[in-house]
Design a protein around this ligand. Structure first.
Ligand code: R5P
Length: 295
């Protein structure tokens, strides 16, 4: 029987593409909030004896996690044979250590919650920095795809005039992969984070690239302060309008308008719905979910 795939609120567009490409049935899920804010869920498509998937990009995760866990629980209660999570963007991967005494390692706590509720998870470019793989913290089968090839494809046709910059050492894995696929030069900067909205970046060796357009590549743009500092510096040096190219455009706290005001063009995938999403990850997600449907 065909697997059935449900969109959590806000994920309808990518779910419908994913259902079409992966030959799954797009299921119908009614969701609403009661007047006191509690969540109401009703699956309107039959799930008894079927493989099921919930699609939920986990930006602003605290708003989304409880309805998502309720939905997974309901699918099992209604007799689904398996319940997978397709999270184009997976949150809570950056607190991967106890940096200061007493801190919660929320990546581990979040992974435990998800692993108890789902049979498998598929995601794109999770923020793996101190963890080498998701299986270090997730106890269910995990599949992950890389959007580097898609970012490189986006640069095709522009590649003779650009060079890539990773704004910090954590971005090296993404910028080097995109640079290799696109066949363009790259370099990586060193960033110091002083606070959530306060970073400084040590720029060097940029003179070699004079005359080329800078493309800043990172896995995510969150508050956008990392990109904004880089853009202002590059514009100040006289480089052409930088492109901020990221897999995940979280774009919290008016990041888009601040980056535009700084002189940047912002481009991301549609792993999170936003006005910068020019790169479609639905075909990549379809490749990931196909082998999971029968788990
Ligand atoms: C950090 O490790 C990530 O790769 C990004 O550089 C970071 O999350 C960006 O954050 P923000 O946009 O808030 O500066």
């Amino acid at each position: 029987m065909m697997a059935v795939i449900f969109a959590m609120p806000g994920n309808e567009a990518i779910t419908s593409s994913l259902a079409r490409i992966s030959l799954s049935e797009a299921g119908s899920l009614e969701t609403r909030s009661f007047p006191d804010g509690e969540t109401y869920l009703r699956f309107q498509s039959p799930v008894q004896g079927r493989s099921t998937m919930l699609v939920c990009s986990l930006h602003e995760p605290n708003l989304r996690i409880l309805p998502l866990l309720f939905a997974a629980d309901a699918l099992k209660d209604l007799g689904a044979t398996s319940v997978g999570l397709v999270a184009p963007y997976l949150a809570y991967m950056r607190q991967d250590n106890r940096f200061r005494d007493g801190e919660a390692i929320t990546s581990v706590a979040f992974a435990k919650l998800i692993s108890r509720a789902f049979d498998w998870i598929a995601t794109i470019d999770p923020h793996l920095h101190r963890y080498r793989s998701m299986s270090e913290i997730y106890s269910i089968p995990t599949v992950m795809g890389h959007a580097g090839r898609l970012l490189a494809d986006y640069l095709l046709g522009k590649k003779d005039g650009v060079f890539l910059i990773g704004p910090d050492e954590e971005s090296e894995q993404w910028v080097s992969a995109v640079a290799a696929s696109a066949g363009v030069p790259h370099l990586t900067m060193k960033k110091t984070r002083h606070g959530d909205r306060d970073v400084s970046i040590d720029f060097s060796n940029l003179e070699t690239f004079r005359g080329l357009r800078p493309v800043l590549v990172d896995d995510m743009i969150s508050t956008g302060h990392t990109m904004e500092v880089a853009v202002r510096h590059l514009v100040g040096l006289g480089f052409a309008e930088p492109v901020c190219l990221a897999v995940h455009g979280i774009l919290a706290e008016n990041a888009m308008s601040r980056l535009k005001a700084a002189g940047a063009e912002v481009v991301s995938t549609n792993s999170i719905p936003n006005p910068s999403s020019a790169i479609d990850v639905a075909p990549l997600l379809a490749e990931l979910v196909s082998p999971c449907i029968h788990i």
